[in-house]
Unconditional design. Structure first.
Length: 655
C-alpha cells in the first residue's frame, strides 16, 4: 500500500470519529426531560407533482395560451386564477398575467407586474418587451425607450430584437422614435441598409418625401429582387402613395444616377398603376428593356402583377394593369430579348393575361378592337411558344367571348376550326375546343353540325368530363326539338354519370320536369312545346326571343294548368324568366317574377332558390334590409335548402 493511500485512510477514519463525537455531544446537550417535537405528517410536507399532474398542468397552460391568442379574456382569467394555486407554475404564469392585463386594457397593472418581475428576472427579455409595450400604451415614451434598451441588451439576437422594437414604436404612432432607433441599430450592427422599408415609412410619416425616396432607392439598389416587398409595404402604409408628387419627382430624378437599377423604374411604374396611369407606367420601364441584365427582373415583376390581378378591387386599376402588361410582355417576347427561354416565358404569361382579360371582360372602351388585338397577340404566342397550355385555353376563351358577348358565333367557330388543325394542340385542348365548337354551331343556328360535333365528342371515352357536358347540351337540344322522351333519358344518364359536374343538378331537375309534365293531366306535350321554344332560343343565343318565349309560356301555362296542383314546369319557367331579365339588366322585373314564385308557389320546388336570387338582386340594388329579410325568411321557412350554409355566410356578410 502506498504512503498516499495510508494517509487518506487515516484522514477518513479521523473524520468519522470526529463526526461521531460531535453527534454524541449534540445528543448529550438535548434536555432529557422535555419531549421531542412531533414528526410532520406526510400531508404537511410539500411534494413535487408527479408526471401525470405535470402533464395536466402543461395541457392547461396550452389551453390558457390558446384563450389568450383568441382574446377570450373572461375564460382566460378564470383559468389563470385556477393555475395560480400551483406554486410550481409561478414563473411560467408571469408572461400570461401580463398578457391578460394588456388584453383587458389595464396597462398600468401590466407595468406593475413587469417591474416587480424584472427585479428577480433581469435577463428575461420578454418581460422587458412587454414592459415597453405597456409604457407606450400609457403614453410614457421615455420609459418605453429605456425598457427597449434593456430588451435589446438581454435579447440573444440584436438584429431580430431591433425589428420587434421598431415595430412597437411604429404601432404606437411614434415615427420619430422609430427613426432614431433604426439609425442607432444601423451603427451598432453595423448594417447600413438595415430596415430600409421601415425607415422610408417613418420618413413619409414625418413628411420628408425626398429622404424617403432616397431610402427606397438605396434599398432597391442593395437588393433589386426586394421590389415586391418594398412596393407592398409602402402601398399598405399609403394606398395613395402614387399621388405624392414630391415623392414621385425625387424617384424620377434618382433614375438618372449612374448606378440606377431597373427595380427603381418598376417601383415607380407600380405607383403609376395605382392611379390607373398605364402609359406613364410603361414609359418608366420601356427604356430599360434593352438591357440584358434587366430582363429577368422585369419579367418577374410582370408575373407578380399578373398574379395580383385577381386581388385588385379597383376596376380602373385592373384595366390599367392589363393595358400595361400586354405591350410590355409583347416587347419582351419579341426580337429585342436575346434570351429564348425568357421569350417563351413572356409569351406564356401574355397568354395568361389575355385569358384573364377575356374572362373578366377587362377589354377597355372598344371590346371588338381588343378582341382583334388579342387574336393577333395569341398568334404571336403560338409562333414563339406553341406548347403553352395557356395559349389554347386563351384561344377557347376568346372564341367564347366572341360568341356570347360580341354575338359572332360563326367567327368564333371559324377560329376554333383553325385551332383544331394545330398539330401542337394538347389532347385535352382538343376535347375542349370541340365542345366549344359545338356550342358555337348551336349559337349560329346550325343545329345539325352542332349535333354532329357534340355526338362525336360524347362517344369519345377518353374525355369523360367533356363528353358529359356534350351529352347535357344534346339533351337540351332534344328538348328544344320536341324529342321529350329522348331528352328525359339523356338528362337522367348525364346526372348519374357525372354527379359532381356543375350541370348535374340542372340535368336531374330537367329530367324530372319532363317526366312529371308528360304525366300531368292539365299539361302534357303542348305545355312542353311552349317551354321548348325558349330552350331553343337559349341554345341559339337569342336572348330577346328567349325572354319573349318565356313570357308567352308563363301566360299560356298560367291559363291552362290547374292551379290546385303543383306545376313545377311553370315554376321553372318563372325562374328562367327572372334569370333572363337579370342578365338583360332589368333587375326590378326579375325581382317581380321571383316574388311571384315565392307568393304563388310556397310549397313548390324553387321558392328557396327564388329567395336567394331575390336577396342577391336586392343587395345589388342597395336594398340591404329587404335582402336580409329574404335570407331570414329562407332560414326559417326552408331549413332543408341544399345550400343553407352559403345562405348563412351571405347573411353574415350583409352590411
Amino acid at each position: 500500500m502506498s504512503r498516499f493511500l495510508r494517509w487518506l485512510m487515516m484522514l477518513t477514519m479521523a473524520a468519522l470519529v470526529a463526526g461521531t463525537g460531535t453527534w454524541e455531544e449534540a445528543r448529550a446537550q438535548v434536555p432529557q426531560g422535555k419531549p421531542r417535537p412531533p414528526m410532520p405528517r406526510p400531508e404537511m410536507v410539500p411534494r413535487r407533482p408527479d408526471s401525470r399532474s405535470l402533464g395536466d398542468l402543461n395541457r392547461r397552460l396550452i389551453e390558457l395560451d390558446r384563450l389568450l391568442s383568441l382574446k377570450s379574456v373572461g375564460r382566460a382569467e378564470s383559468l389563470l386564477k385556477s393555475l395560480e394555486q400551483h406554486s410550481v407554475l409561478e414563473r411560467q404564469l408571469l408572461s400570461r398575467r401580463v398578457r391578460l392585463a394588456q388584453l383587458k386594457g389595464d396597462h398600468r397593472q401590466a407595468v406593475q407586474i413587469c417591474r416587480e418581475a424584472v427585479v428577480d428576472l433581469p435577463l428575461n427579455s420578454a418581460l422587458w418587451r412587454s414592459l415597453a409595450t405597456s409604457y407606450l400604451a400609457i403614453d410614457r415614451p421615455d420609459s418605453a425607450r429605456q425598457a427597449v434598451d434593456m430588451f435589446l441588451a438581454t435579447s440573444p439576437s440584436l438584429r431580430s430584437a431591433g425589428m420587434v422594437s421598431v415595430e412597437l414604436f411604429q404601432m404606437a404612432g411614434r415615427p420619430r422614435a422609430s427613426l432614431a432607433l433604426i439609425d442607432s441599430l444601423r451603427a451598432a450592427l453595423p448594417e447600413p441598409h438595415y430596415m430600409g422599408r421601415q425607415k422610408a415609412i417613418c420618413l413619409l410619416q414625418l413628411d420628408r418625401p425626398d429622404e424617403a425616396a432616397d431610402e427606397v432607392v438605396a434599398d432597391l439598389r442593395y437588393n433589386p429582387f426586394n421590389l415586391s416587398l418594398v412596393r407592398n409595404e409602402l402601398l399598405e402604409f399609403d394606398p395613395r402613395l402614387g399621388e405624392r408628387q414630391a415623392f414621385l419627382a425625387r424617384l424620377k430624378a434618382r433614375q438618372d444616377d449612374a448606378g440606377s437599377e431597373v427595380a427603381e423604374a418598376l417601383f415607380l411604374a407600380g405607383l403609376f398603376l395605382t392611379r390607373a396611369d398605364a402609359p406613364q407606367a410603361l414609359a418608366q420601364v420601356r427604356p430599360r428593356l434593352g438591357q440584358a441584365r434587366s430582363q429577368l427582373v422585369v419579367l418577374q415583376n410582370a408575373v407578380s402583377l399578373g398574379q395580383e390581378l385577381d386581388l385588385l378591387e379597383d376596376r380602373d386599376q385592373v384595366q390599367a394593369t392589363v393595358d400595361y402588361l400586354l405591350p410590355l410582355l409583347e416587347i419582351m417576347m419579341g426580337p429585342e430579348n436575346p434570351d429564348g427561354g425568357l421569350r417563351r416565358r413572356a409569351a406564356d404569361q401574355l397568354a395568361l393575361v389575355c385569358e384573364f382579360a377575356l374572362m373578366h371582360q377587362v377589354l377597355g372602351a372598344d371590346p371588338a378592337r381588343a378582341v382583334q388585338r388579342f387574336g393577333d397577340l395569341l398568334g404571336q404566342v403560338r409562333r414563339i411558344n406553341p406548347t403553352s397550355e395557356a395559349l389554347y385555353s386563351s384561344q377557347i376563351s376568346l372564341a367564347a367571348y366572341t360568341r356570347d358577348t360580341l354575338r359572332r358565333p360563326r367567327q368564333a367557330a371559324a377560329s376554333l376550326e383553325r385551332m383544331l388543325l394545330d398539330l401542337d394542340l394538347p389532347t385535352e385542348g382538343v376535347a375542349l375546343a370541340r365542345l366549344s365548337l359545338g356550342e358555337c354551331y348551336l349559337a349560329a343556328g346550325d343545329t345539325a353540325r352542332g349535333r354532329t360535333v357534340l355526338t362525336q365528342l360524347g362517344r369519345d371515352p377518353e374525355f369523360r368530363q367533356a363528353a358529359g357536358h356534350a351529352h347535357y347540351l344534346l339533351a337540351r337540344l332534344d328538348l328544344a326539338q320536341g324529342n321529350f322522351a329522348t331528352a328525359r333519358d339523356r338528362f337522367a344518364v348525364v346526372a348519374m354519370d357525372n354527379p359532381a359536374a356543375p350541370y348535374a343538378n340542372d340535368a336531374l331537375d330537367m329530367g324530372l320536369l319532363i317526366s312529371e309534365e308528360m304525366d300531368n293531366p292539365s299539361g302534357g306535350p303542348f305545355i312542353l312545346n311552349l317551354y321548348a321554344r325558349s330552350v331553343m332560343d337559349q341554345l341559339t343565343a337569342q336572348p330577346d326571343s328567349c325572354r319573349a318565349a318565356l313570357t308567352r309560356f308563363v301566360d299560356e301555362a298560367g291559363r291552362r294548368l290547374d292551379p290546385e296542383d303543383k306545376q313545377f314546369l311553370l315554376e321553372r319557367g318563372l325562374l328562367d324568366l327572372a334569370r333572363a331579365e337579370a342578365q338583360a339588366g332589368r333587375a326590378e322585373a326579375a325581382v317581380n317574377w321571383l316574388s311571384r314564385i315565392i307568393t304563388e308557389h310556397p310549397d313548390g320546388r324553387y321558392p328557396g332558390l327564388a329567395l336567394v336570387m331575390r336577396a342577391e338582386l336586392l343587395e345589388n340594388l342597395g336594398r340591404h334590409e329587404e335582402a336580409r329579410n329574404d335570407l331570414e325568411q329562407l332560414l326559417a321557412q326552408y331549413p332543408d335548402y341544399l345550400f343553407i350554409d352559403d345562405v348563412r355566410d351571405q347573411l353574415r356578410n350583409l352590411p
